[in-house]
Design a protein around this ligand. Structure first.
Ligand SMILES: [Zn+2]
Length: 62
């Protein structure tokens, strides 16, 4: 067991799980180009983390 955090792809049609926010961002940029910028992009933890990865000090409860 590790404390490594994983990030589920926020796309409802995708079951990709990234091992880090950078990997998730790369996956989204590669697999869902432009999709994450949509207004209706799911407001999931991963989606917020992707958009707010330079902030990341909110909604940190799990
Ligand atoms: Zn995906």
């Amino acid at each position: 067991m590790t404390d490594a955090k994983t990030y589920d792809c926020p796309s409802p049609d995708c079951s990709f799980i990234a091992g880090g926010i950078a990997e998730l961002t790369e996956h989204i940029n590669t697999t869902h180009p432009g999709e994450y910028k949509r207004e209706d992009w799911p407001d999931t933890e991963a989606g917020r983390a992707t958009r707010e990865r330079d902030r990341g000090d909110e909604n940190d409860e799990e």
